[in-house]
Design a protein around this ligand. Structure first.
Ligand SMILES: O=C(O)CCC(=O)C(=O)O
Ligand SMILES: [Fe+2]
Length: 306
């Protein structure tokens, strides 16, 4: 059985930062974070007579750190309320995507992380493999350090180069997920705001992806006489037949923005989440035991600010 991933930020030697406690959330799946150890931070600098302060995961980042994807055509936008999300259905063709999948599943770096779930250590059934370009970058999932590899396999480097060229930004890490079949899933969660941009490349079996707004507007009233749509994504019911058109309040125009979104991530597709998306939305790849019998790899390229 697959368990969802409850990642939290911390590092081995610095003070612990439990981002999940701050961000809250109604699912057992918490957030993911990053920081550098004092030792790692100093080892990545030249000189360093005075010991630098440990860099801690933060919940907010400055505007100057806000490198975002700006070059994608608006036709790729997923019109989320309070979110900044794009879906490119065909970053690479299906044949290439399958070839990459088949090559990546052979990597030595795959492992099942151990998670703390309600105080107990649980081995996750979904394998992951994590890579970072910066040797100072450390991440914890739920109290356990992620096994991070600091050298990229050539294919992964090639893929990251391609994604970076397409999006016009650089990433400093990639977390790969292996969904061996439809029984493997990732529960509803959000990744923390240190993930300034997450670009997820899907390779192999198509999988359902669900985005849920954490604070949608109230549903419209069921009563036809009092019906006033306050949920912008739901078209408002027409006014009651008794309403005098001259005096009736104008119906609220339905907003084109979404408060929930369900889609299928095609093989070779790229999904980009950035801006305030993680603050206002949760996402998941649900179990599809019957429908999905083959394997999928997602490469989640991350721009982690630390
Ligand atoms: O596999 C996916 O498409 C999503 C993975 C994800 O949400 C994550 O790694 O945080
Ligand atoms: Fe995620």
């Amino acid at each position: 059985m697959s368990s969802p991933l409850p990642p939290v930020a911390a590092n081995a030697s610095g003070p612990k930062v439990d981002v999940s406690a701050v961000e809250g959330g109604d699912s057992p799946v918490k957030t993911k974070g990053v920081k550098r150890t004092a030792a790692a931070a100093s080892s990545s600098r030249s000189g360093g007579a005075s010991k630098p302060k440990p860099k801690r995961a933060r919940l907010t980042v400055g505007d100057d750190e806000a490198t975002q994807v700006t070059c994608l055509d608006e036709s790729y936008r997923v019109p989320l309320a309070d979110g900044d999300c794009f879906y490119v259905p065909d970053l690479v063709d299906a044949e290439t995507a399958q070839e990459w999948h088949d090559e990546l599943v052979k990597l030595d770096e795959w492992y099942r992380p151990t998670l703390k779930v309600y105080g107990k250590d649980v081995v996750q059934s979904r394998k992951i493999a994590a890579f970072a370009t910066d040797p100072a970058l450390e991440v914890k999932y739920s109290g356990h350090p992620v096994k991070m590899s600091y050298s990229y396999p050539p294919l992964l480097r090639k893929i990251q180069d391609l994604v970076e060229a397409r999006l016009g930004i650089k990433f400093n890490s990639v977390f790969a997920n292996l969904y061996e079949d439809g029984s493997v899933y990732i529960g509803k969660h959000r990744d923390n705001r240190e993930n300034r941009v997450i670009a997820s490349l899907s390779l192999g079996a198509p999988r359902t992806f669900i985005l849920t707004h954490t604070n949608p507007p109230p549903a419209p009233s069921p009563s036809p006489t009092t019906a006033v749509s306050s949920a912008p994504s739901v078209p408002s019911a027409s006014a009651s037949p008794n309403d005098d058109p001259a005096t009736a309040a104008p119906a609220a125009a339905p907003s084109p923005l979404l408060y929930a979104h369900r889609t299928t991530l095609a093989s070779g597709s790229l999904l980009v989440m950035q801006g305030a998306t993680q603050q206002h939305w949760k996402h998941e790849v649900p179990r599809e035991k019957r429908a999905v019998k083959t394997s999928r790899v997602s490469l989640t390229f991350r721009q982690l600010v630390f």
